[in-house]
Write a protein that binds this ligand. Sequence first.
Ligand SMILES: NC(=O)c1ccc[n+]([C@@H]2O[C@H](COP(=O)([O-])OP(=O)(O)OC[C@H]3O[C@@H](n4cnc5c(N)ncnc54)[C@H](OP(=O)(O)O)[C@@H]3O)[C@@H](O)[C@H]2O)c1
Length: 269
Amino acid sequence: MTNTRFGRLGFIGFGKMAESIVSALGPSSETEAFRFISRSDGSRHRGSERGGIDCSDAPEKLFGSADTVVIAVTPQDLDDISPLFSQPPDALIVTLLAGISTDRIRAVTGSDRVCRMIPNIATAKRRSLVGMCFATTTDDESRERAHLLAAELGTPLPIPERLMPAATGIGGSGLAFAFRFAHALALGGVAEGMTYEQASMAAAAVLDGAAAMLLDGRHAAQLETDIASPAGTTIEGLQRLDEDGFTAAVMHAVRAASKKARSFEADLS
Ligand SMILES: NC(=O)c1ccc[n+]([C@@H]2O[C@H](COP(=O)([O-])OP(=O)(O)OC[C@H]3O[C@@H](n4cnc5c(N)ncnc54)[C@H](OP(=O)(O)O)[C@@H]3O)[C@@H](O)[C@H]2O)c1
C-alpha cells in the first residue's frame, strides 16, 4: 500500500491532468494508494474506472491516508475547495494550478509544505518538462519527495517561483510549438514526395533523436555545428531557416506565451 518513492498519493479534482498523472504512474500495486476527492459523478466514475482509484467526498479520508496531495482543480475552483482545509494537512501539497502562487496555496491550505508544478500533457508518456518551485517554508524531505514525483512524470526543472511563467512558455506551450515544428518538417517531406504519414513518422523520429542527445546534456548549438559539414546540405537549410526568421519566431513565441502566463499570475493574485 505504501509508495516508497513519494508516499501515498491523493488528488483533489480528477480532470485531464490528474488522470494523465495516474495513467503515467499506474497501473501497479501502488495504484491502490491513490485516493481522490472530486465534484461530480462523472469524474468520480472516471477515477474509479482507472484502476479502482478510491474516490471519497470526505477530506478526512484523503488527508488521513495520503502523504502527498495534488491539487488538480482549475484556478477558478480554488475558493470552492478551501473548506476542505479546515485543518492544516500533514501531507505535502503539490499544486498544479497555473498562475496561483505558493503563498496563496499556503494561505488556502494552511500547509507550510507546498510545491508548485507546471507539467504538460506529455506527463501521460512520462516525458513532461516539470517546472517546479517551493514555498520557502517547505522542508527538505518534502522537497525530495516532490522531486521524486516530478522525476516519475518526466524531467524536473527546479526554478525560482518568478520563472514559473517562463516554464509555462517553454514547457507548457513549447510542446505545442514542437508539434508545429514537427508538422512543418512533415510538410517539407510531403513537398519532397513523401506521404504525410511517412514524413510525420520521420519528423517524430528526428525529434526523438534530438531530444535524447540534448538530454545527455549536450549543447544544441554545438550539436547543430557538428552536423553542418562545410558546404554541405545542412548549412544550406540552416541559412534558409534564419533568412525566414526561424530563431526570432520561436523566441517571440516563447516570450509571448510567458508574458500571457505572467498576466494570468497578476490577474489571479
Ligand atoms: N491540462 C493541462 O495541460 C495542464 C498543464 C499544466 C497545468 N494544468 C493545471 O492543472 C489543473 C487541472 O487542469 P485540468 O486540465 O486537469 O482541468 P480539468 O480537466 O478541468 O479538471 C479539473 C477537475 O477539478 C474538479 N473540481 C472542480 N471543482 C472541484 C471541487 N470543488 N471539488 C472537487 N473537485 C473539483 C473537476 O471536477 P468535475 O469533473 O466533477 O467538474 C475536474 O475533475 C489546472 O489548475 C491547470 O491550470 C493543466
